[in-house]
Ligand binder design. Structure first.
Ligand SMILES: Nc1nc2c(ncn2[C@@H]2O[C@H](COP(=O)(O)OP(=O)(O)O)[C@@H](O)[C@H]2O)c(=O)[nH]1
Ligand SMILES: [Mg+2]
Length: 380
């Protein structure tokens, strides 16, 4: 699946160079424009799409050598200009499309209220409009609900909802993410639902040895569930622990919640986990975070090579723009939702129904409340 990411820099060139460093020299420019307030003052924001996941070291190296403008070939410049032109046409098209499409105002306001970034609002409205025009409803009054539904369908087409822990034996399921995002809770919920609940044998390993209480909490849960539990502090210990449980179907690995200022430690752990055979990493992020923070977290946690995203704290927010944007921009499937503190009840296999419900609820609120007036005023 293509990896789609956002980059900010003072110049377009620098933003593209950053994208190519990470996504490889063939990274495709999808959008480009000025950065929003607080993103990169006076700078640019580009969205790029890479090939099949992050590039290997060789691809990254090529990107690095080709990034300086002075070393670009004429073909390279022409390709970049063509991509830039395409991106600008998309943005211009979105804006022009909105001006001449009055039915879009309410839907635009709803998406903004969900904290979708302006670029995505434009892209979604444009795509939604195309869908409506392909199959128009009977009367004029049907266009707004049709556009709302079309935007939801567009999102559902773009996001993979894929619950499950995957094949293989053992499936080594690593839970990674910021401190307090709900990794340990999700691990226990999954061990109960996908392990005990599905009669799949499981074991639990904690690598969160730094904060003593964290491992102890998990040890207690493991004891209650009757699952083997151990702690591993080094890669050798982790490999050995995984090998010891190789007859189990599921081996869950809890990780420390690294802070933003613990980058080196986090990268060390990312490397350490990377070598574990059968590993699939679920990046656990709170749906209640602001969109921008979630997008930043995607880059921060990319080194852990997540294979899916799980969003927790859906019970604490009415907005879907954050988690949906994170899914859109990462290109990763969404596997699970955490919907509360209760273990194991508050776990939901990810499905598009959540998205439909969130978008519908927002629409109902907008229609009913004073917000509709304000939003329509703001959009006019
Ligand atoms: N409201 C709510 N709280 C949650 C959810 N998931 C976890 N929590 C709570 O968030 C806190 C931190 O969770 P924990 O699993 O320890 O996070 P970790 O630091 O990432 O391991 C605990 O109080 C959990 O009960 C959720 O989906 N909704
Ligand atoms: Mg924890």
């Amino acid at each position: 699946m293509n990896l789609r990411k956002v980059y900010f820099a003072r110049t377009l060139e620098a933003a593209l160079a950053a994208a190519r460093r990470e996504l490889g020299p063939e990274a495709l420019l999808v959008e480009a424009g000025s950065a929003g307030e607080g993103e990169a003052p006076g700078g640019y924001r580009v969205v790029c799409e890479g090939g099949e996941g992050p590039p290997g070291p060789a691809a990254a190296g090529t990107g690095r050598s080709g990034e300086a403008a002075g070393t670009l070939s004429w073909d390279g410049v022409a390709t970049r200009l063509a991509r830039l032109e395409r991106a600008l046409q998309m943005v211009a098209g979105a804006v022009a499309g909105l001006d001449s499409y009055p039915h879009a105002a309410a839907v635009q306001a709803e998406l903004a209220a969900h904290d979708f970034p302006a670029e995505w609002v434009g892209i979604l409205l444009q795509a939604g409009r195309r869908r409506v025009e392909t199959n128009p409803p009977g009367g004029e009054s049907g266009r707004e609900p049709a556009l709302r539904a079309a935007v939801a369908e567009e999102l559902i087409d773009r996001i993979a909802f894929r619950p499950g822990l995957g094949p293989g034996r053992p499936a080594v399921v690593v839970l990674a993410g910021p401190a307090g995002s709900g990794k340990t809770s999700l691990l226990v919920k999954l061990a109960m639902r996908e392990g005990l609940g599905c009669r799949r044998s499981a074991a639990i390993i904690s690598t969160d040895c730094h904060r003593v209480a964290a491992a102890e909490q998990l040890r207690t849960y493991a004891a209650i569930l009757g699952l083997p539990f151990c702690q591993a502090e080094t890669q050798a210990a982790l490999r050995q622990a995984v090998a010891e449980h190789s007859s189990r179907e599921l081996v869950f690995v809890d990780t420390p919640g690294f802070g933003r200022n613990e980058r080196d430690w986090a990268l060390e752990w990312a490397g350490l986990l990377g070598g574990i055979p059968g590993r699939r990493t679920i990046l656990v992020l709170p749906a209640s975070w602001r969109t921008r923070d979630l997008v930043t977290a995607l880059s921060w946690w990319a080194a852990f090579e997540p294979s899916s995203l799980a969003f927790t704290r859906l019970d604490e927010t009415d907005t879907a723009g954050g988690w949906v944007t994170a899914a859109l921009e990462s290109g990763l499937p969404v596997s699970y939702f955490g919907t509360g503190q209760n273990i194991p009840e508050d776990l939901e296999p990810a499905s598009s129904e959540r998205l439909r419900a969130a978008l519908g609820a927002q629409a109902a609120r907008q229609a009913a409340g004073q917000a509709a007036g304000q939003a329509a005023g703001g959009a006019a």
